[in-house]
Design a protein around this ligand. Structure first.
Ligand code: COI
Length: 376
């Protein structure tokens, strides 16, 4: 259970420099503290994804070809022109990251570099200005320091970090925006799914096509997936197993997660491509698996292979991997009106061994031999 010491975390408004500036940022990012903290309203035993937002947010404007002075300020609504270009033409990208409470109480912002690389890949694809690493890292560090009391402690919980960038120029002509807002908001969360999930192989709708934006974490990929996902939910599924847009045969991802399988004892997953998000948790699990002697295969996975594997007992595990989800066991896969049940899972399963290895690394219980942790 989280406790808050208000003396250690004063609520009065103050503007001050808290952080040593990381390289690339002139001076520490200024902070304006909230006078209306909401931390005391949090039920730390119930942290559904997206319910709570922390007291502060990071904000930085882009105009005249440059990122302007960054700031950490009280979480608040924005004032936007109805003509703001993101609202019309969808130049809007985001990241999903987490900060963890380590076993010694320190705070770890996980894999800043990898998320920064992916954010800039998304920004490039959407004709938006890239964000310098120094600004990105400083924004996260300063914000997490200011709201450090919001980082929960315990199993399967974290402070979710949501960097987002969108076109703010007020002009509804069809054009690439010349102005943007880069924000970071945060909130304490439990893992996205709290029980094994049911997914439906989607044979009609598609999420992404070759040459499209599927690899980018742009808002439209999520909005475009809602319709089919909602239909699947009405049929009793939790999410979609997206198939390739050409033949509706090969596994892509699950929209909120990458998908991994254990077939004949090997960890099998489709390779990332321009239609699949380059998942950071996916990358962690593959690297950890290799180090644990678990054979890894990144190769196309046909839906027919899944059916055969399930019928022949060779496919023993299916799970999603993502920042919000961490590791989400799949209990059922719906394929062409048939429901395929996965075997009952136990802690010896590959997915749980990998999840534990990941948690041990980011909590500081095992050595961070990959350099993934960023202790604030
Ligand atoms: C994440 O895992 O961080 C995501 O962004 C996926 C989803 C919850 C939107």
């Amino acid at each position: 259970m989280q406790t808050v010491n208000e003396k250690e975390f004063p609520l009065e408004s103050e503007v001050g420099a808290l952080a040593t500036p990381p390289s690339g940022v002139r001076g520490a990012i200024p902070v304006e503290k909230t006078t209306h903290a909401t931390l005391h309203q949090v039920d730390w035993n119930d942290l559904p994804f997206g319910k709570y937002v922390s007291d502060h947010m990071f904000i930085c404007r882009y105009k005249a070809g440059e990122w302007q002075e960054p700031k950490v300020q009280p979480f608040q609504n924005l004032s936007l022109a109805p003509t703001a270009l993101a609202l019309h033409y969808g130049q809007s990208v985001f990241e999903g990251m987490k900060a963890f409470r380590m076993h010694d109480g320190a705070i770890n912002i996980f894999r800043i570099e990898k998320h920064h690389e992916r954010l800039n890949a998304s920004l490039r694809r959407m004709c938006m200005p890239s964000i310098p690493y120094g600004l990105f890292a400083a924004a996260l560090q300063q914000l997490v320091r200011v709201d450090e009391a919001w980082v929960p402690e315990g199993e399967d919980v974290a402070l979710y970090l949501r960097p987002l960038v969108f076109a703010s120029e007020a002009k509804f002509g069809v054009k690439i925006s010349d102005e943007y807002l880069f924000l970071v908001i945060t909130g304490p969360v439990h893992t996205l799914y709290q029980k094994p999930i049911r997914i439906k192989a989607e044979r009609h709708y598609i999420r992404a096509a070759k040459g499209g934006t599927g690899f980018a974490k742009c808002a439209g990929n999520y909005g475009g997936a809602f319709y089919a996902t909602q239909k699947a939910k009405e049929e009793g599924f939790d999410n979609i197993l997206w198939l390739d847009a050409c033949g509706h045969e090969y596994v892509e991802e699950s929209g909120t997660m990458n998908l991994l399988f254990v077939v004949d004892g090997k960890l099998v997953t489709p390779p990332v491509s321009d239609t699949i998000l380059n998942g950071v948790t996916r990358d962690c699990l593959l690297q950890l698996a290799a180090g644990m002697g678990i054979p890894v295969e990144e190769r196309p996975v046909g839906i027919s292979e899944i059916v055969d594997g399930l019928q022949g007992g060779r496919l023993t595990e299916a799970f999603g991997a993502g920042t919000a989800a961490v590791v989400a066991p799949v209990s059922t896969i719906g394929i062409d009106d048939q429901l395929y049940e996965l075997p009952t899972y136990n802690e010896d399963n590959v997915m749980f061994r990998l999840k534990k290895a990941l948690e041990d690394l980011r909590s500081g219980r095992t050595e961070d031999r990959f350099g993934w942790n960023n202790v604030v």
